[in-house]
Design a protein around this ligand. Structure first.
Ligand code: UD9
Length: 370
């Protein structure tokens, strides 16, 4: 049986490398990796750490690529890749353009599709944009839906998906997180790049920040930048912000945060370094999806700079909170966690509503037909 895993961005690679490793332990399965490189550098960082050399690399990323330009390129290139590889099934992840277009290209060739991290829904096609629609397109096609939680499975059932196609497995990001955290603990050199910042900010409480959501471009990013500057006015605090290379993010942040002594804007970190950053932080401020799942698993309160989330489990567990992109609200919530130990303790408990670290092996066993 030939299975092709198709992915193109950093978060997909992080959440799919455990599935590649798990499938490769099934001798009856020929596991192939097709990457589109929708993100180039960020993707390569993960592949290198995971020890994965793609079988096919479409290398599609171009500067300022547009959604329609990327869609057009992907549908043709992925079609050619599937015609050459002839997989018995493809596996895709989450909600990116690569995910959606690979599913369509497979459907055009009647190749079955398995969807990892299926069923996440915000209920709003403009938040996250365009990911909410990408997910729903894949749901029309996939005959294996690997839902991370019961809530995700319920969303698929509400859409009328066949229960026989739905498997609750946990989110593979917990597999990646726990494996990488253990590796960093046994091989500290893997994340030694953060030593200078750890020394520079010794004695301060670290706020880790990431932000790159499309729907936050423009006014949202500006408000986020100003809220970080307000937070950094506190002498007992330091901000470490790996800035996503997207051209709509860095210039905005440089203009507002450049030169502030306790704000370190750094290049995106490879996964071991980022896991260490979360581990050494007091709290995490982010508009990321995956970080909403990871931070609670490390016992770190996570404040989500979005209006909605397709990860309600962290909110329900009280380990994550939506703060939107309103400057006043972001600052108020961060200061509350800094100055109110009871509020902090209520959020800062290790909680894994998203999985137990064994999702990838469950997915591999189902795909391999065991
Ligand atoms: C709408 C939405 O939520 N969509 C999500 C989006 O993923 P995302 O929002 O999680 O994207 P990012 O925030 O870029 O990635 C985060 C990952 O990167 C790691 N990281 C971060 C900073 C850094 O400096 N170094 C790192 O290594 C970090 O630990 C984490 O694992 O697409 C995925 C694919 O379909 C979906 O699963 C997922 O729904």
């Amino acid at each position: 049986m030939k299975i092709a895993l198709v992915f193109g961005t950093r978060p997909e690679a992080i959440k799919m490398f455990p599935v590649v490793h798990a499938l490769r332990r099934h001798l009856g399965v020929d596991t192939r990796v097709i990457v589109t490189a929708q993100h180039r550098g960020l993707l390569d960082q993960v592949l290198e750490i995971a020890g994965i050399v793609p079988d096919v690399d479409l290398d599609v990323m171009t500067p300022n690529q547009t959604l329609d330009g990327l869609t057009a390129k992907l549908i043709v290139e992925l079609g050619h890749a599937f015609d050459a590889e002839k997989p018995d099934r493809i596996l895709v992840h989450g909600d990116t353009l690569t995910t959606m277009v690979a599913s369509l290209a497979a459907y055009y060739r009647k190749i079955p599709v398995g969807h990892v991290e299926a069923g996440l829904r915000s209920g709003d096609i403009h938040h996250p944009w365009p990911e909410e629609v990408n997910r729903r397109v894949v749901a029309c096609i996939a005959d294996m839906n690997f839902a991370p939680t019961q809530a995700a499975a319920d969303a698929l059932l509400r859409e009328g998906r066949d229960p026989a196609t739905i498997h609750i497995t946990g989110n593979t990001v917990i597999d990646a997180l726990l494996a990488t955290r253990d590796r960093v603990r046994t091989e500290p050199g893997l994340a030694a790049g953060l030593d200078p910042l750890a020394q520079r900010f010794a004695g301060r409480r670290i706020v880790a920040v990431t932000s790159h959501r499309r729907e936050n471009f423009g006014g949202g990013m500006e408000a986020i930048a100003r809220s970080i500057a307000d937070i950094a006015a506190r002498p007992d605090v330091a901000v470490i912000f790996p800035v996503h290379p997207n051209p709509h993010v860095r210039p905005v942040m440089d203009a507002v945060l450049g030169g502030l002594p306790n704000v370190a804007m750094i290049d995106p970190l490879d996964y071991p370094h980022f896991v260490r950053l979360m581990d050494m932080s007091h709290l995490v401020l982010t508009d990321s999806g995956g970080v909403q799942e990871e931070a609670p698993s490390l016992g770190k309160p996570v404040l989500v700079m979005r209006e909605t989330t397709e990860r309600p489990e962290g909110i329900a567990a009280g380990t994550a909170k939506l703060v939107g992109t309103d400057r006043t609200k972001i600052v108020r919530e961060v200061l509350a966690l800094l100055d109110n130990p009871a509020a902090y303790d209520a959020m800062a408990r290790a909680h894994n509503p998203f999985g137990d670290g064994r999702a990838a092996q469950r997915i591999a066993a189902i795909v391999a037909g065991e």
